[in-house]
Design a protein around this ligand. Structure first.
Ligand SMILES: [Zn+2]
Length: 153
């Protein structure tokens, strides 16, 4: 098996995958991208010491979502694009392993981080993406459940 690399550098892989944000030392605002200054308080981060890396909890609450029905060719629809509040930080991510309809997705639902392979290059290096799935296992749809439903129909 080849190497696995995270799709975005704020996704930290390993036995316990999680996201890391850059937190402004001056005001506590959090950003996922690298910044030369804080967008919230304006503190300058010229030498890299203006921000510290903080680990986000792997679970959070879905605070907003959209069921996306139309997308560029090659992107499977419908899917759920959401905003998840993890320990005070809002994360934009897709909600995965769930039936993409309003009966199964609701604001306030608890979700947990999950990672998945999104393809590999010719050397076998696999890119790993992330999303959030329902914390309640009963609400999750897994490949196994889909296969079972197809076998029963
Ligand atoms: Zn700041």
């Amino acid at each position: 098996m080849g190497e696995a690399i995270p799709l975005v550098d704020y996704l930290v892989l390993g036995n316990d995958p999680h996201l890391e944000a850059n937190e402004c030392v001056a005001c506590g605002a959090r950003f996922f991208d690298r910044r030369n200054a804080c967008a919230s308080c304006g503190a300058i981060n010229s030498d890299g010491s203006g921000f510290k890396r903080v680990e986000l909890p792997a679970t959070g609450e879905l605070t907003a979502f959209t069921i996306v029905s139309f997308a560029a060719p090659g992107i499977e629809v419908p899917f759920v694009a959401g905003v998840v509040k993890c320990g005070g930080t809002s994360v934009r991510a897709n909600i995965v392993n769930v039936s993409p309809d309003p009966e199964h997705v609701a604001t306030g639902m608890q979700v947990s981080l999950t990672t998945f392979g999104i393809g590999e290059d010719s050397e076998g290096t696999e890119a790993i993406g992330f999303g959030y799935e329902p914390a309640d296992e009963e609400l999750r749809i897994t490949d196994d459940a889909i296969e079972k439903a197809e076998a029963n129909s």
